[in-house]
Design a protein around this ligand. Structure first.
Ligand code: NAD
Ligand code: UFG
Length: 331
């Protein structure tokens, strides 16, 4: 298939490009590099030994997006491009609503106009809000605690309604849990700008001596050791989930959790990182972070049952590969 990957230079998009190319698909990337670098596109080519087409464009820009659809016979779109920082979305709600929902509408509109029948969307476990864990696809969505989460709920609704009105349009809504790790080559990974918001990049930067210590946000949650529990998933497993979803996408709307189904606490992740890499990660327990929930993990049965996909890599693999990538940044 010829696949248009928006946000393909980003963290999850770049790993998915690698997996798509290795599976024999042709890839066109559209990314404005607002949170990524063009070197990543070169590294995708280096890892796979294959070419791809790269457009540095904004996927909310109508003329440019039309130009791509008019120039290539596209079979499917995987839409990763978007803003993703929860705190920033509270400060800049309009930027988040605009970027994340206008891009979804424009791409869906182009799909209908140019006869593209497959659409895969990057959603998030955040749409489950404070439901009871494990989160299952059948659960009613609860209001998100921040504009970022709402952009995912709204984009899902836009795509569901579009598919309902256009029965030949096939949509897969993939709800990711906590993607971490990096490609096993250490060539691509997650490199957030400034001080990381997320746990794994914070840990790797403490391990590298760039930050003094990890602040653990609360140890009084109703979890086994009191720290927050999340379903960490290796980014390569996540990438493979996209290829499975694309290869098997049929008419209608399909919703899948992409997670491992297992919860890991902050303290367990710190211990696993220390064990995997033989490095101490100094930490301090501080107060809870506003908006955090105690536990978030997937019921991962549906993706296994319908797509035959399960995550293969464990916490130790995630910690080892994240550290490999962090070391490559300073070498
Ligand atoms: P990322 O920031 O690394 O990648 C997003 C890419 O999109 C970047 O390369 C950025 O330059 C590009 N982009 C953003 N707006 C654009 C626009 N208007 N036009 C063109 N390019 C644009 O983020 P990621 O972690 O790879 O996340 C990818 C998707 O998955 C996002 O939609 C995110 O909301 C979703 N998601 C991420 C997580 C996570 O924890 N990383 C969890 C759940 C869902
Ligand atoms: N945490 C710390 N210290 C840190 C960073 C995080 O203790 O410096 C804790 C958090 O309190 C939480 C856990 O580590 O318990 C994971 O936090 P992350 O920030 O890594 O991830 P979140 O689960 O908060 O959010 C992530 C993405 C969201 C997405 C969500 C889906 O950032 O975009 O997963 O589950 F919506």
């Amino acid at each position: 298939m010829n696949v248009l990957v928006t946000g393909g230079a980003g963290f999850i998009g770049s790993h998915t490009c690698v997996t798509l190319l290795q599976a024999g698909h042709a890839v066109i990337v559209a990314d404005n590099l607002c949170n990524s670098k063009s070197e990543t596109v070169e590294k995708i080519k280096l890892i796979t030994g294959k070419e791809l087409i790269f457009y540095q464009i904004d996927v909310t820009a109508e003329t440019e997006v039309h130009r791509i659809f008019a120039s290539h016979p596209i079979d499917g779109v995987i839409h990763f491009a978007g803003f993703k920082a929860v705190c920033e979305s509270v400060e800049k709600p309009l930027a988040y609503y605009y970027n994340n929902t206008v891009s979804t509408m424009l791409l869906a509109k182009c799909c209908l106009q140019y006869g593209v029948k497959k659409f895969i969307f990057s959603s998030s476990a955040t749409v489950y809000g404070e439901n009871r864990v494990p989160f299952a696809e059948t659960m009613e969505l609860l209001p998100a605690a921040n504009p970022y989460g709402e952009t995912k709920v709204i984009s899902e609704r836009i795509l569901k309604d579009t598919a309902r009105a256009n029965p030949a349009f096939a949509v897969s809504l993939l709800r990711y849990f906590n993607p971490v790790g990096a490609h096993e080559s250490g060539l691509i990974g997650e490199s957030p700008q400034g001080i990381p918001n997320n746990l794994m990049p914070y840990i790797t930067q403490v391990a590298a001596g760039k930050l003094e210590k990890l602040n653990i946000f609360g140890d009084d949650y109703p979890t086994p050791d009191g720290t927050g529990v999340r379903d960490y998933i290796h980014v390569t497993d996540l990438a493979e989930g996209h290829v499975s979803a694309l290869d098997q996408l049929s008419e209608g709307v399909h919703i899948y959790n992409l997670g491992t189904g297992a919860g890991t606490s902050v303290l367990q992740l710190v211990k696993a990182f220390e064990e995997a890499n033989g490095i101490k990660v100094p930490y301090e327990i501080v107060s809870r972070r506003a908006g955090d929930i105690a536990s978030c993990y997937a019921d991962a049965a549906k993706a296994k049952r319908e797509l035959g996909w399960t995550a293969k890599r464990g916490i130790i693999d995630m910690c080892r590969d994240a550290w490999l990538f962090e070391k490559s940044l300073s070498s």
